[in-house]
Design a protein around this ligand. Structure first.
Ligand code: NAG
Ligand code: NAG
Ligand code: NAG
Ligand code: NAG
Ligand code: NAG
Ligand code: NAG
Length: 442
């Protein structure tokens, strides 16, 4: 389809209603004012406080002057009242005239929706208007939705970044999307999440190679050509895999080398902070842990290990230093591109297990952490497990800040291990907390 097919703008459903409601507000204002004028002028005893505000120079003891002033004010007010009611009737006429006019113009001038426009710093671009809707539903579809229009989801903070959002929505309709993964992700991290949807297509990888069949795919590194790399510093998987050997801090530094540390994770109890997966699962009735979530799951190894145990785990991940999501998907696991600030897209009381390693830590502002933990509690089913894996903090914060937060949430502790971080952590009083927490049955 050519871009022409996409272009035809639809009549925005809201314009008419918006101007109408603005006029109604105006009339209400006028009515309210004339009503108070009426109160003022109608009764000599109800002057009170308001008059003092109007004529601050007057003195209470100057009673003769006061009477004069009041008489004066009263005269002026009843004057205004007369004027206002004249205005009022003029406006009513104006209102019906305008309604006719609006009905006419909204037929003639499409895509001038000013209800949503009001939220933005300036008149939004056409594509932005389409992206945010609302879009009218066909007649008869409103019952379940409770509305006769659909509002596309878009993070409310998008409004703070109109330039960026419009740049994000600047493309050839139906054509190839700009190569802007990093740009888009920064926008997400500023709170513009979910991003608005677009009417363009992502670039195809240079040489897509079909994934290995499952379960071999779980432990295969995908070919460099099967994803697009332009956006990242590391231009291929070899780079991602090898950077673990070099110094420097990267997100999920050594998790792309599937044959080194990654291969051993959660297989054995290396220390009291590292629980073995089978040990954790054995605490629950067999087969009752079936579906779950790994928050910030790096290359997806937690989900891969769970998959080998017939447990389905969704892995959330941002693409910080590389295409984490593509990597996870190539292993045959489910990636979800979502920041930590996002409300978990699962319904209440549904998941058997939520796991998170290294990600939840003291860099997260306390209030946000508390919201995150309540959200985890929300999506877990009664009896569901929250496996908090290596939560990092300073020793003094543990008992003063974090233990109280965890206690407020209301999980039951199944396992709870706090230990000093080895290497330089010892002199810096750096700690890790690992815990197995269970949502109460009732
Ligand atoms: C108040 O004003 C009316 C005319 O508006 C006048 O007849 C009356 O004498 C005035 N009363 C006083 C006390 O000035
Ligand atoms: C959209 O992109 C074109 C070409 O890159 C540019 O000239 C134009 O200014 C952009 N418009 C907006 C609103 O960013
Ligand atoms: C992989 O990328 C790195 C830089 O990101 C480059 O130095 C290296 O030559 C690349 N390797 C291959 C096989 O393309
Ligand atoms: C996973 O499910 C398959 C098919 O039902 C079964 O053959 C296999 O034994 C299961 N594996 C585990 C670890 O339970
Ligand atoms: C926290 O409190 C517990 C019990 O009160 C205590 O055993 C532990 O040493 C404290 N932890 C830290 C890191 O201070
Ligand atoms: C079509 C239309 O009425 N657009 C207006 C929306 O609101 C902005 C800001 O108030 C005006 O500048 C536009 O003309």
């Amino acid at each position: 389809m050519g871009s022409k097919d996409y272009d035809s703008p639809k009549k925005p459903p809201h314009q008419h209603a918006t101007i109408k409601s603005k006029i109604k507000i105006l009339i209400l204002l006028v009515l309210t004012n004339s009503f108070s004028v009426f109160l003022f002028s109608g009764s000599g005893t109800s002057f009170g406080v308001n008059i003092w505000r109007c004529t601050p120079s007057m003195h209470v003891w100057d009673s003769e002057k006061l009477v004069l002033e009041l008489n004066n004010t009263r005269a002026r007010l009843s004057d205004s009242q007369a004027q206002l009611s004249a205005l009022h009737s003029q406006l009513s006429i104006g209102n019906s005239l305008l309604e006719t006019l609006i009905a006419e113009t909204s037929r003639l001038a499409p895509a001038t929706n000013n209800k949503t426009s009001d939220m933005w710093a300036r008149e939004p671009s056409e594509e932005l208007k389409f992206a945010m809707g609302p879009h009218k539903l066909p007649f008869g579809f409103t019952a379940n939705l409770g509305s006769d229009e659909l509002y596309p989801a878009m993070g409310h903070a998008c409004q703070n970044f109109q330039d960026e959002v419009e740049q994000f929505l600047n493309y050839t309709i139906g054509g190839e999307c700009p190569s802007d993964e990093v740009f888009a992700q920064r926008l997400m991290l500023k709170g513009c999440e979910p991003l608005p949807r677009r009417r363009c297509k992502p670039r195809a990888p240079a040489g897509y190679v079909e994934p290995h069949p499952y379960p071999k795919s779980l432990w295969s590194i995908p070919p460099d050509t099967s994803i697009t790399w332009d956006a990242y510093t590391c231009k291929n998987y070899s780079c991602l895999v090898n950077r673990g050997k070099h110094s420097g801090s990267y997100d999920c530094k050594d998790c792309f080398n599937l044959f080194y540390r990654e291969k051993k994770r959660w297989m054995h109890e290396h220390s009291e902070l590292d629980y073995a997966m089978d040990g954790v699962l054995s605490l629950m009735s067999k087969g009752t842990i079936r579906i779950g979530l790994d928050i910030g799951g790096g290359s997806g190894t937690f989900a891969a290990r769970m998959s080998e145990r017939n447990i389905t785990i969704v892995t959330t991940s941002m693409n910080f230093d590389g295409p984490f999501n593509s990597f996870i998907a190539s292993r045959g696991l489910i990636p979800m591109h979502m920041s930590l600030a996002h409300r978990l897209p699962f319904f209440d009381n549904t998941l058997d297990i939520v796991h998170s390693m290294h990600v939840l830590s003291n860099w997260i502002p306390d209030m946000m952490l508390e919201f995150t933990l309540f959200d985890i509690y929300r999506v877990l089913r009664p009896g569901g497990l929250f496996w908090l894996d290596r939560f990092f903090c300073i020793g003094t914060q543990l008992n003063s800040t974090y233990v109280p937060i965890f206690e407020r949430i209301g999980f039951n502790r199944i396992r709870w291990n706090a230990g000093r971080k080895l290497d330089r952590g010892i002199e810096r009083n750096e700690w890790y907390l690992s815990a197995l927490l269970q949502k109460p049955m009732s």
